[in-house]
Write a protein that binds this ligand. Structure first.
Ligand code: GAL
Length: 424
């Protein structure tokens, strides 16, 4: 009797264990995915991921909890409230670098994902420089990147430039002194820009173009002083560039600013290459003719990067489904579904970037630069500075545009850099 009981106990235990394993293999329930991809190529990319995931995990029902607002300005505020309130989603979009590390990792609010990386062989599949942006001093990796975006891109339409008699400027001095007046004389807005965060986005291209690679990097490691004459020069050029932009800038989302170029009311726009996703998916334009691109003035040879990734919050309601999502989005296969419509390069090096049917001429040129240029990081998209700094940078830029007071702007940014630990 005792023996039978023991056998039965072993059988029951085996069934329970295999049941648990099965439950892990086949997650079920709701999976809430938090991002800021609500329209156009961005939403198309996310939808493509969700559709394939639903095929692979039919028992999981995805709740797409995207919050509208370019560059996550609104989404990040909602996410913070939810995380502080003990109501995390199952997974959330976050930029690689300081946006991840200085907030969520520092607060111990996200789980390490090393086991997912190891199970999938990803330590060898993602660029080391990118892994470094997601990893703490102990070697814990906290997010799965889905792409590499480029910030320093200038968009234009070749036929329009020809008609207006201008060429793509290769320095900010050329833009301010030659290109801008020529276009203004022709009744065209020289450079389209949108709401505050897109002005920060423009600023980082001006800063890189004026300072060059090393001094630009120095802003984030404390070796370039915010009050130096060089940095004062960046803000001086920035104000001259702003004088070449549309007056209604504060009212425009990034898509509308990019559209001024394709509508022919503006000659240029500087925006990350999600604009390529917008031109390709929303506007169905041909790369090379319907829209064209160049490094923003003075930044040739530099690829200013940012990367969207997904993290697993501590206390996620459905960690099994979140693990399945994270294990999926990091694969080359998932990244080939996402990036050709998103406008970005795949982060996983096993993706099919060499396939020019999948990745058109824009991606081929971005990939060539990604693999040969100096790589620097974006301020506007969370890579180089902690949010405590970058969240205050937009308002500082807005005041500068109103007041024109460069010395007081740089003095307060210098102080902010110290207060937020950027110079440590
Ligand atoms: C960036 C993000 C991109 C794109 C862009 C515009 O911050 O990394 O994926 O969403 O904002 O919304």
């Amino acid at each position: 009797m005792k023996k039978w009981f023991a056998v039965l106990a072993v059988v029951v235990l085996a069934l329970v264990i295999s049941g648990v394993a099965m439950a892990q293999d086949a997650p079920s329930g709701e999976l809430e995915i938090f991002s800021w991809w609500t329209g156009g190529g961005e939403a198309a990319g996310l939808d493509a991921l969700i559709a394939k995931f639903a095929e692979l995990y039919p028992d999981v029902s995805v709740v797409n909890a995207a919050v509208a607002g370019g560059s996550g300005v609104n989404a990040r505020a909602v996410l913070t409230t939810r995380m502080l309130g003990g109501d995390p989603p199952d997974t959330f979009q976050v930029h690689a670098g300081e946006e991840l590390n200085a907030v969520w990792v520092a607060a111990h609010a996200v789980e390490p994902l090393n086991s997912i990386y190891e199970a999938n062989g990803w330590m060898e599949q993602f660029p080391q420089g990118l892994l470094d942006l997601l990893t703490d001093a102990e070697g814990n990796i906290y997010a799965v990147p889905v792409n590499i975006h480029r910030s320093n891109v200038m968009w234009y339409i070749p036929a329009n430039l020809e008609q207006w008699g201008v060429t793509v400027p290769t320095s900010w001095d050329e833009f301010v002194n030659e290109t801008c007046p020529a276009l203004q004389a022709a009744g065209v807005t020289p450079l389209a820009v949108g709401e505050n965060w897109t002005q920060v986005h423009l600023w980082e291209s001006v800063a890189l173009g004026v300072l060059g690679t090393d001094a630009y990097n120095g802003l984030w490691n404390g070796t370039t002083s915010w009050t130096s004459p060089e940095v004062q020069g960046v803000f001086d050029t920035f104000l001259k560039v702003i004088a070449c932009t549309n007056d209604d800038r504060n009212a425009l989302p990034w898509q509308d600013a990019s559209k001024m170029v394709t509508d022919g009311t503006a000659a240029f726009n500087i925006m990350g290459d999600w604009a390529a996703g917008y031109f390709l998916v929303d506007l169905a334009l041909e790369p090379g003719t319907g829209f064209a691109w160049a490094p923003s003035p003075g930044t040739e040879g530099n690829f200013m990067m940012l990367s969207d990734s997904f993290a697993l919050p501590v206390g996620a309601p459905n960690p099994a489904a979140a693990n399945a999502w994270l294990s999926f989005v990091g694969t080359g296969e998932a990244q080939d579904l996402f990036n050709p419509v998103k406008g970005s390069l795949p982060a996983n090096t096993t993706a099919d970037i060499g396939n020019s049917e999948l990745y058109n001429a824009y991606f081929q040129s971005a990939y060539e630069d990604w693999t040969s240029n100096a790589i620097v990081g974006s301020l506007a998209h969370g890579l180089v500075a902690p949010p405590a700094f970058s969240n205050s940078f937009g308002p500082a830029l807005a005041s500068l545009i109103d007041s024109g007071d460069i010395p007081s702007t740089t003095a307060s940014l210098a102080q902010l850099a110290i207060q937020t630990g950027m110079n440590d």
